[in-house]
Design a protein around this ligand. Sequence first.
Ligand code: FE
Ligand code: FE
Ligand code: MG
Length: 171
Amino acid sequence: MARRGNSIIKGIEINEIIAVLNKAYADEWLAYYQYFVQAKVVKGIMKDAAVTELTEHAADELRHANMVADRILQLGGTPLLNPQEWFTHTNCGYEEPKELDVVSLLQDSIKGEQCAISVYSQLADMTREKDIVTYDIVSQILADEVEHEEDLQSLHDDITEFIEDIKKNIN
Ligand code: FE
Ligand code: FE
Ligand code: MG
């Protein structure tokens, strides 16, 4: 553990930061797997565009897990060691794909991103001016999650509009 690095943290317990980061860490692994498996099983119209986006997001969530794990270690904590703990610690849970069509999977993921935005926004509020390094990391992740929501929503809107156009042309 980096002593001087941690001595600059003020007005917040380091153990508390480690605990909330481990919850975010659980979220990132579950989000990673959700995107990974969605990209494998997704079916239907404009599937290729969805696969590209879902695969990119899976890579981003894994990168977030790395960033959070490294910060937990710097703070003297241990990232969750057992995947079973992902389910007991997660804020946002895991949305098992039930309907495998593109629109349903995008809706599932949009929900997940909205939860992630709330979580990282709270973590930014909690660490602002108290733990600048964690604040910087959670702000970077927050910006990615905002981009994720936008990417998924615009793809979702394009696809649903396209489906509507086809329906109109058939009638
Ligand atoms: Fe993430
Ligand atoms: Fe995300
Ligand atoms: Mg994207």
